[in-house]
Design a protein around this ligand. Structure first.
Ligand code: ZN
Length: 253
C-alpha cells in the first residue's frame, strides 16, 4: 500500500533528520582523531627526511668506493712505473716516467681527499639519521597514543553511522523513488538539507522567509509535496516532523 502524501512528508522529515545526524557524525569522525592524524603526518615527514639522509649516505658511499678503486688502480700503476724507473738508463725516458709518476701521485692525493670528504658526509649522515630515528620513534609512539585515546569513541561513532545507515535504508524502502530523487537533488544543492520545517509562524525553517498562507495550509494538511518558494527545500509542517528541525540544528552545529 503506497504512502499518502501526509505519510510521505513524515518520512521525508525523518529522512532529513537521519541525514543530518549522519553528517554530524561523519564530521565528528573526521575531526575526532585530529591530533592522531597530525602525529601521523609528522611521523611521515620525519620518514621522508630519514629517506633523504639515507640517500645522501648511499651516494657518498658510492663516490667513496669509486675513488678508492681509482686509488688502487693508480697505486698498481705507480708500483710498475717505479720498478721500471730503476731499470731505465736514458735521461729523457727517465724524466718522462718521473713526470708520469708525479702526476699519478698527485691524482692519488686528490682522490684521497675525495675519500675523506665522503667519509665525513657518511659520518654526518649517520649522526643525522640517529637523531631523526629517535624523533621518528617518539612521534610514532605519540601517534599510537593519540589513536588509542580516540579508539573507543571512534568505534562508538562507527556503530552510530551503521545504525543511521540502516534507518535511512528503511525510510528509502517506503518512500516513492521519485520523491527520494527529488529530495536528494535538492539536498545536493542545499548543503545537504533537502527538507525545511514550516514553523508555527508560517516561515520556512531553513531560509526564514514567509511561506504563502494557502501553501502553509496545504502543507499542514499533508495535501501537497511542495518546495519552499524561496529556497526550494521540500516543506514539512512542524507538527509532522518528529525529530528536531534539521535546518536549525544544522545552523547551530
Ligand atoms: Zn525556504
Amino acid at each position: 500500500m503506497p504512502l499518502t502524501i501526509a505519510e510521505q512528508l513524515v518520512q521525508l522529515a525523518e529522512l532529513a533528520r537521519v541525514d543530518h545526524k549522519q553528517k554530524v557524525t561523519a564530521d565528528r569522525l573526521e575531526a575526532l582523531p585530529a591530533a592522531a592524524k597530525k602525529a601521523d603526518a609528522q611521523a611521515l615527514k620525519i620518514k621522508v627526511e630519514l629517506d633523504s639522509v639515507a640517500a645522501r649516505k648511499a651516494t657518498a658511499e658510492q663516490v667513496k668506493r669509486g675513488a678508492e678503486a681509482e686509488i688502487a688502480d693508480n697505486r698498481a700503476k705507480l708500483r710498475k712505473w717505479e720498478a721500471r724507473a730503476n731499470d731505465i738508463r736514458g735521461e729523457r725516458e727517465h724524466a718522462a716516467l718521473s713526470s708520469e709518476i708525479g702526476g699519478a701521485k698527485r691524482h692519488v692525493r686528490e682522490l684521497e681527499d675525495v675519500v675523506l670528504e665522503q667519509m665525513q658526509t657518511v659520518e654526518t649522515a649517520d649522526k643525522d639519521a640517529a637523531t631523526l630515528q629517535k624523533k621518528y620513534a617518539s612521534t610514532v609512539d605519540d601517534a599510537r597514543g593519540e589513536w588509542q585515546k580516540v579508539d573507543g569513541d571512534l568505534a562508538v561513532m562507527r556503530t552510530e553511522v551503521e545504525a543511521t545507515r540502516t534507518q535511512r535504508q528503511a525510510i528509502l524502502a517506503v518512500l516513492p523513488p521519485l520523491v527520494v530523487r527529488r529530495y536528494e537533488q535538492i539536498a545536493a544543492k542545499k548543503q545537504g538539507v533537502g527538507v525545511a520545517i514550516l514553523s508555527m509562524q508560517d516561515t520556512c525553517g531553513a531560509c526564514n522567509r514567509i511561506v504563502p498562507p494557502q501553501l502553509c495550509i496545504q502543507v499542514m494538511k499533508g495535501q501537497v509535496l511542495e518546495s519552499c518558494p524561496a529556497c526550494m527545500r521540500i516543506l514539512v509542517h512542524h507538527s509532522q516532523a518528529q525529530g528536531q528541525n534539521p535546518a536549525s540544528e544544522a545552523s547551530n552545529g
